[in-house]
Design a protein around this ligand. Structure first.
Ligand code: HEM
Length: 494
């Protein structure tokens, strides 16, 4: 039915059922007589209702709210001596990418401007398969052991009884896990509320490895530096926008690309030789800390540009499945414990969220290579399931075979010692970088940081406030004292 007053557009033709049969009437259900009940024989009605009933897939357990765009990565500087990854082997080479930016703690309908880290997830469709760089807009994280991640997320999300976000839970956990004080300082600084997704940097945060053809490897941290300039929202503006335009960042990214104002990021790496990693003054695989750019300067690699909006949000953005374990020859994991936990967790959640064949969904399929293996069957096979090709290996009938290239898919780290739960001791080192960051800020930025923390921490119980103040003081005595004063001025009895 085409309304008479609607503009003339190209018609997509006759409406059909999901089986492709033409539909005679999409307005009126079949009934038994004029006044009788609706008939179950009305396949089109049942087809329509039952599909609608199943429209939702589980939202991401974290990073549920996000926006995405297509683009490309171009090599601008030669790093082929550091890695055999083919997409990095020539200046000028372009690789298609898909990016998804997100907030962390809120549900899929939550406000884009919430004070939260921003996810910075990229899928590189390389000629040797897909590499996912799944980072954040912060170079560090709150905790450094994967077993603490789940507890932190529980503390960040809703109270099991009230279903409210709960300052007591949030600050209780952080005060008991003070390695988080560096990331907390970033979160409550101006950078905790970026002005949309175009005006922020992205980081791998973890060290990954680059591996050469001969098996030698180095650790690298990836940096994506925005060419739009860093821009942040004040706490008041972020709060106002959360009310009047919760989709602020999603809209900003879509509109910028639609008007041809393509956002771009320059891409750099910090390179750490394995011997330097062993000798560094702290463990460089501890994701609560940055490694100094004086010690490991940024080396330019390329540029990433986003120049095409998704055609369909659900198909491309919601169904995108990123994982730090989606790697290609020449890129490999480091022993960072958090990273190691993530290597497992993402494909596991994809199988739950999207199904065991999630990699067959077009946004997740390799573009410049072909998935060619012996996996078969499972829910929702849509790629022909390997046809009549052999489904086992080794075989004598021409099935896919291994490369025997053992050197390029892992960093051949030498490991000694005993299996055990080897804990990190909490040391002053855990507070130094938070203090350094505070001291780096100008007076205005310090005042905003203190006010943002006080505004939130004042809602927690006094004994929790006290613990947090002690941590902030250990980072920098002035920093902690100002928070203590601010809490007292806000009525706290600490
Ligand atoms: C999303 C787990 C730490 C960045 C997710 C998801 C899970 C998860 C289960 C949902 C994925 C999906 O449904 O597709 C974990 C675990 C961590 C961890 C177990 C630690 C052990 C981190 C860290 C970073 C990070 C340290 C950044 C450096 C992201 C991003 C997404 C995400 C960007 C959203 C990906 C997208 O846009 O689809 N994480 N995470 N996560 N995580 Fe983590």
């Amino acid at each position: 039915m085409h309304p008479a007053d609607a503009p003339k557009v190209k018609s997509l033709g006759v409406l059909t059922t999901s089986g492709g049969a033409p539909v005679d009437n999409n307005q009126t259900s079949q009934t038994a007589g004029e006044a009788g009940p609706v008939l179950i024989q009305d396949f089109h009605l049942i087809d329509k209702l039952s599909h609608f009933d199943r429209e939702r897939v589980p939202e991401r357990v974290v990073h549920a709210k996000g926006a995405g765009a297509h683009g490309y990565f171009e090599v601008t500087h030669d790093i082929s001596h550091l890695t055999c990854a083919k997409f990095l082997n020539k200046v000028g080479k372009r690789t298609p990418i898909f990016a998804r930016f997100s907030t962390v703690g809120g549900e899929s309908g939550s406000a884009d401007t919430a004070r939260d880290p921003r996810g910075f997830a990229l899928k590189f469709y390389t000629e040797e398969g897909n590499w996912d760089m799944v980072g954040n807009n912060t170079p560090v994280f709150f905790v450094r052991d994967p077993s603490k991640f789940v507890d932190f997320m529980h503390a960040l999300k809703r109270n099991p009884q009230t279903h409210l976000r709960d300052p007591d839970m949030f600050w209780d956990f952080l005060s008991l896990v003070p390695e988080s004080v560096h990331q907390v300082t970033i979160l409550f600084s101006d950078r905790g509320t970026p002005d949309g997704y175009r005006h922020m940097h992205g980081y791998s945060s973890h060290s990954l490895a680059l591996v050469s053809e001969d098996g030698s490897y180095r650790y690298v941290k990836w940096h994506f530096r925005t060419n739009q300039g860093i821009k942040n929202l004040t706490a008041e503006e972020a709060e106002r926008l959360a009310g009047i335009n919760p989709e602020y960042a999603t809209e900003d990214l879509f509109n910028a690309i639609e008007r041809g104002d393509y956002p771009s990021w320059d891409v750099y790496i910090q390179v750490i030789e394995p011997e330097q990693a062993l000798r560094y003054r702290f463990n460089p695989f501890d994701v609560t800390k940055v490694v100094s750019q004086k010690d490991f300067p940024l080396i330019p690699v390329g540029r990433m540009v986003l120049n095409r909006n998704p055609e369909n949000y659900f198909a491309e953005v919601e169904q995108a499945a990123f994982s730090p374990s989606h790697m290609v020859p020449g890129i490999a994991p480091s022993p960072d414990r958090m990273l190691q936990g993530r290597l497992f967790s993402y494909p596991d959640t994809h199988r739950h969220r999207l199904g065991v064949n999630y990699h067959q969904i077009p946004i997740n399929r390799p573009i410049n290579s072909v998935a060619n293996n012996h996996q078969r069957d499972g829910l929702m096979v849509v790629d022909g399931n390997g046809g009549s090709a052999p489904n086992y290996e080794p075989n004598s009938f021409g099935g896919p075979y291994q490369t025997n290239n053992r050197t390029s898919s892992y960093a051949a780290l030498t490991v000694r010692g005993q299996v055990g739960r080897h804990t990190y001791e909490l040391t002053d080192d855990d507070f130094v970088q938070a203090g350094d960051l505070y001291r780096l800020m100008d007076q205005g930025a310090r005042a905003r940081l203190v006010s943002n923390i006080v505004g939130h921490l004042k809602k927690a119980k006094p004994f929790i406030q006290k613990r947090m103040v002690a941590h902030f003081k250990r980072a920098d005595s002035e920093y902690g004292a100002r928070i203590e004063q601010g809490l007292r001025a806000a009525g706290s009895k600490i």
